[in-house]
Ligand binder design. Structure first.
Ligand SMILES: Cc1ncc(COP(=O)(O)O)c(C=O)c1O
Length: 487
């Protein structure tokens, strides 16, 4: 098969001749030809590609063939697709050139090659970046900058802008059942910063170690606590959340009650009450990581634990899942007795969260844009999760999606002993994702679980179908899956 592309090349302003050749089918041939044109520099970064219909007509192929080829190349990072702008050659898709040699005392060295972006990115931790509400955010930023008094351009209050603390007081009460007042909220740059403020470096914060944590969680947070000299003690988890009845001598416990991370079985009502009783009886405190509380798909989200006892729970939240982790904006809702200590830990002036960004978020929340965005993303992620469940039911019915329908990721339970080989197969196929082992506390004695953590929010909308397809292709084959091993 051989086919020339002439007309579309004129339309995009590039002198390009495409040969669709090879025996792998038209879709594969088109992908190869476009990839080659970008790689060789004949299609320069920023060049707009023709619409599906016209390229399909020029080449005499089906419109879907072109759409699939574009989607594949977007997933691989050669092209980018933006609503309203069509499909463009990605800015970073520079043609290969010889690496310039650097020189050291020992002679010339060549810079190591940069890691390639995965073809299919299903790593948890990132919202769909293509859905960032650029226009609404800019509108809020414009209003914030235009309407703000001059004093805002001076040093900031370490508690954070009052406009944002007021907006959050109203929003968190309405959406998460949080009971607080603006003077008990401290703005920070996200959950990780909140942890640093609470524990300080080398034990200098407002809370004391050891800290009980869920047996599965983010290694990054454990490492951060470790650096601060805070010993973490793992609590076993099961499908009802953390086994809080096992809390012993600790004075603080860190939980993800709405959607235990990453495993997903929400903290059962009895355990919610029990952990508050524990905190009251022992003079302890519960740190509530409310990282994705707004994203629950099966019914209304359970309220924050903080609402049960605002004097015994510190709630930490951020916009990292709802908007973007790049913003570095979060909040701490504190019992009164910790406010002064946290403010002292922050320092005399705001040194973490840009005051203008805070005012922008205040406007974004109080104008209703935040609600609208969360509602839109909730629908999108719900549909992504549904598609994941449906794809598994059709192609890998022996693999169970565990946890509640919520958040931006799901855990697939794998047959015992298959996690490593599934991760290897995924790496071979260019599918980036993590296994459950990466989240396991090194000191827990819970039975090992094999599973994959799938960040279904991470790909952009048009890349998701291909990512799902690739995921199903790397799952271990079904035969005898053992009974669930929760608990
Ligand atoms: C378990 C968990 N907690 C908290 C966060 C938020 O962290 P940060 O606000 O520091 O970006 C994340 C990631 O978004 C997370 O996965």
């Amino acid at each position: 098969m051989a086919k020339s592309w002439v007309n579309s090349a004129e339309r995009i302003g590039a002198d390009l001749h495409l040969e669709l050749s090879g025996s792998g089918g038209r879709r594969a041939a088109l992908i190869d030809a476009l990839r080659e044109a970008v790689r060789g520099g004949r299609l320069a970064p920023g060049t707009r590609l023709p619409p599906y219909r016209s390229l399909a007509a020029d080449l005499g192929v089906a419109r879907n063939t072109v759409a699939d080829a574009y989607a594949e190349l977007v997933a691989e990072g050669w092209l980018t697709a933006r609503q309203g702008s069509g499909t463009l050659v990605a800015e970073r898709a520079r043609p290969l050139r010889a690496q310039p040699a650097r020189h050291t005392e020992r002679g010339p060295v060549t810079a190591p090659p940069r890691a390639r972006a995965p073809r299919h990115d299903l790593r948890q931790g990132t919202p769909d970046a293509s859905a960032f509400p650029r226009a609404a955010w800019l509108a809020s930023y414009r209003r914030a900058v235009q309407q703000t008094p001059n004093e805002v351009f001076g040093p900031g209050d370490p508690a954070g802008r009052i406009e944002l603390r007021e907006a959050l007081t109203e929003y968190l009460a309405r959406v998460r059942g949080v009971r607080t007042t603006p003077d008990r909220i401290v703005i920070c740059s996200g959950f990780a910063h909140g942890l640093r403020l609470l524990f300080g470096q080398g034990g200098g914060g407002v809370l004391r170690a050891p800290l009980a944590v869920e047996a599965y969680g983010l290694g990054f947070h454990r490492a951060l606590l470790d650096t601060a000299g805070v010993r973490t003690v793992p609590l076993p988890i099961d499908e009802h959340g953390a086994c809080v009845e096992e809390l012993a001598r600790e004075r603080a416990v860190l939980l993800t009650p709405a959607h235990p991370f990453p495993t997903g079985g929400p903290l059962q009502a009895e355990r919610r009450a029990a952990v508050i009783d524990w905190a009251r009886a022992r003079g302890g405190v519960v740190l509530e990581d409310d990282y994705d509380g707004e994203f629950r798909y099966d019914r209304k989200p359970v309220g924050a634990l903080q609402g049960l006892d605002p004097e015994r729970v510190i709630l930490l939240g951020s916009v990292s899942k709802s908007l973007s982790p790049a913003l570095r904006l979060g909040w701490m809702v504190l019992p009164e007795r910790y406010v002064e200590g946290v403010l002292a830990a922050k320092g005399e002036r705001e040194a973490w969260a840009s005051v203008l960004d805070q005012l922008c978020l205040a406007d974004f929340v109080s104008s209703g844009s935040y609600d609208r965005h969360v509602r839109r993303m909730r629908q999108r992620y719900r549909s992504r999760r549904d598609r994941l469940v449906a794809a598994l039911a059709a192609q890998a019915p022996h693999i169970e999606v565990t946890g509640v329908a919520a958040g931006l990721h799901a855990v697939l339970r794998l047959p015992p002993g298959t996690e490593r080989s599934a991760l290897k197969a995924a790496a071979w196929q260019g599918v980036a994702l993590d296994g459950l082992a990466a989240f396991r506390h090194p000191e827990t004695d819970m039975p090992v679980r094999d599973g994959l953590v799938v960040g279904y929010a991470t790909p952009s909308e048009h890349a998701y179908g291909a990512a799902l397809e690739a995921l199903c292709g790397v799952l271990p084959p079904g035969e005898s899956t053992e009974a669930p091993t929760d608990g």
